[in-house]
Design a protein around this ligand. Structure first.
Ligand code: VG1
Ligand code: CO
Length: 543
């Protein structure tokens, strides 16, 4: 095999964010841009002889072209085999499963998750390690360091590979294997859940609506919900993958999944609604006229895990990202199992799961998962709910309200201010930091500040430390406000404000979180000077 070495110059902006490198497609299309980053990944790894690389993505624009480049670079950099999903498709959780099941050296996942897709929109790439999880910070930092000093990259002189047909192509000591992207993942789900019980539930007249948002989960939902569980075709919407995600924004929340929300809040609403995101790792759960916050969803799955065959023996522990509400902490306390608080992003859960310390984990950003893979998993969360509903024979609303009655309610909301100028956003964060000394003991109405700080995390497994993971303002009553800059956006900065108040007596509480949190919202705006500094009257997205 002939290997072509091409000289190149570094780009300065290849720092991986919360979940890999995300940029506009136009940025990735610059000559050498993708190649530089892929070479930086390979240069960071100690690729063993005979190693296999898993490759796949969410099917967005530029996915197929990028895969051709990655295959040729994998061949040139010492991989013996690449496993790729047919059509270049692998949802993020399915990619994690393929890495684990076939014990591949690692994987490259092409996705910008829920960010819009198309020639003018976003693309993304990330590396996952042999455990199936996103590379830990020390690896992503090493990749970034390499990208700043790179001088050349290697590409094998190979023809384009047909990735649309399942089968193997031998290219002289290097093999490309195109696999069914859905089958292994669907088999795994069938092992974890009580498919018979879910099938019976769906036959009993229980109606569901699943929204694939024109993104990668469509083919997975068809195979699992329709073919294997017997849901009628009318219970799936937007399940054809399109390169532009139908021109939409496949972010499963109350703002962007409004088509589904309208159905679940309309007349003749089904019993259950769910949506997933661009790369299939997020989930939103709805009942008939009812929204389940992701933080509550995590807590409820934890509390009911024993109803699911895979977790019948109980949970080793649970973990949540710092901004996620403390609802799951209350469940962990009752179950007498450990609960870990990590920085935002799935990469921090991997060590805890590998060490057997946690079974379930989740984030407020519509991400829930377990140790069955090392990524969050949208359809898995949907199946958890269906399995729990089938076992409890109660509605979504009844299950959530019973949970609140037992554990109390962590009223929760996140307000996002998207695409604000980066300097303005860092100005807000600096301003907050400047008040670390003066805010404690100050009172705002009934709320008194106890402490404020920047969250940092010491990994209990390998001792690595991650600093600057969000600013916390903790109140004496247990309520809190967290401010954090997003690490996944591609335009300016996104400032996230996370609000949480605990309500032990749910009868005494307004169901609408925005009403229940009104005072906290005012305090957040006041201490951050957000309106004055950004000129924004209201958040872009409220979840
Ligand atoms: C966001 C979420 C975070 C999530 C990340 C990747 O990051 O807040 O919880 O892990 O997206 O999700 P940030 O830095 O923008 O807040 V996904 O579905 O893009 O893989
Ligand atoms: Co995603």
């Amino acid at each position: 095999m002939k290997i072509i070495t091409t000289p190149t110059q570094p780009f300065s902006d290849q720092k991986p964010g919360t979940s890999g490198l995300r940029k506009k497609v136009k940025v990735f299309q610059q000559p050498h841009y993708l190649e530089n980053f892929v070479q930086s990944i390979f240069d960071t790894l100690d690729i063993s002889a005979g190693a296999t690389l898993t490759v796949g993505g969410d099917g967005r624009f530029y996915n197929a072209q990028a895969i051709q480049t990655i295959i040729k670079m994998a061949a040139a950099n010492g991989f013996a085999r690449v496993i790729v999903g047919q059509g270049g498709i692998l949802s993020t959780p399915a990619a994690s499963h393929i890495i684990r099941k076939y014990q591949t050296f690692g994987g490259i996942i092409l996705s910008a998750s829920h960010n819009p897709a198309g020639p003018e929109e976003d693309f993304g790439i990330k590396y996952n390690s042999a455990n199936g999880g996103p590379a830990p910070e020390k690896i992503t930092e090493a990749i970034f360091a390499k990208s700043k000093t790179i001088t050349q990259y290697k590409v094998a002189d190979l023809p384009s590979i047909n990735i649309n047909a399942i089968g193997e192509t031998d290219l002289g000591g290097f093999t490309v294997q195109v696999i069914n992207p859905v089958a292994d993942y669907a088999d795994l789900m069938a092992e974890l859940f009580d498919f018979d019980a879910i099938r019976t539930l769906l036959k009993s007249g229980f109606r569901l609506m699943f929204d694939g948002m024109h993104a990668v989960t469509g083919p997975y939902a068809k195979e699992i919900l329709m073919s294997r569980l017997g849901a009628p075709e009318t219970s799936l919407m937007n399940c054809e993958v399109s390169e532009t995600f139908g021109g939409g924004h496949p972010d499963p929340n109350l703002t962007y999944a409004h088509e589904l929300v309208d159905i679940l809040y309309g007349s003749d609403a089904p019993d259950f609604g769910a949506a997933s995101d661009g790369d299939g790792d997020r989930n939103m759960i709805l009942g008939n006229h009812f929204f389940v916050t992701p933080s509550d969803s995590l807590a409820i799955i934890a509390a009911n895990a024993r109803l699911i065959p895979a977790y019948r023996q109980g949970l080793a522990g649970v973990a949540r990202s710092m901004p996620t509400s403390g609802a799951v902490d209350r469940v962990a306390k009752k179950l007498n199992i450990p609960c870990y608080e990590t920085p935002t992003g799935w990469k921090f859960f991997g060590n805890l799961m590998d060490a057997g310390k946690v079974t379930l984990c989740g984030e407020e950003s519509f991400g829930t998962g377990s140790n069955h893979v090392r990524e969050k998993d949208g359809l898995w969360a949907v199946l958890c709910w269906l399995n729990i509903i089938a076992a409890k024979k109660q509605s979504v609303e009844a299950i959530v309200k019973a949970h609140w009655a037992e554990y109390g309610r962590n009223v929760y909301s996140r307000h996002d201010y998207e695409a604000i100028p980066s300097e303005t956003a860092s100005g807000v964060m600096q301003h907050l930091k400047g008040q670390f000394g003066t805010l404690p003991n100050q009172s705002f109405g009934k709320y008194t500040v106890k402490t404020c700080d920047d969250f940092s995390y010491t990994d209990p497994v390998d001792g690595s430390v991650s600093t600057g993971q969000g600013t916390r303002v903790l109140f004496a009553c247990g309520s809190r406000i967290v401010f954090r800059l997003s690490g996944t956006g591609t335009e300016g900065a996104t400032l996230r404000i996370y609000l949480e108040a605990f309500e032990p007596d749910v009868n005494n509480h307004h169901l609408d979180a925005q009403v229940a949190l009104a005072e906290m919202i005012q305090i957040a705006l006041e201490i951050s000077e957000l309106k004055q500094r950004t000129g924004r009257e209201k958040p872009t997205v409220i979840t």
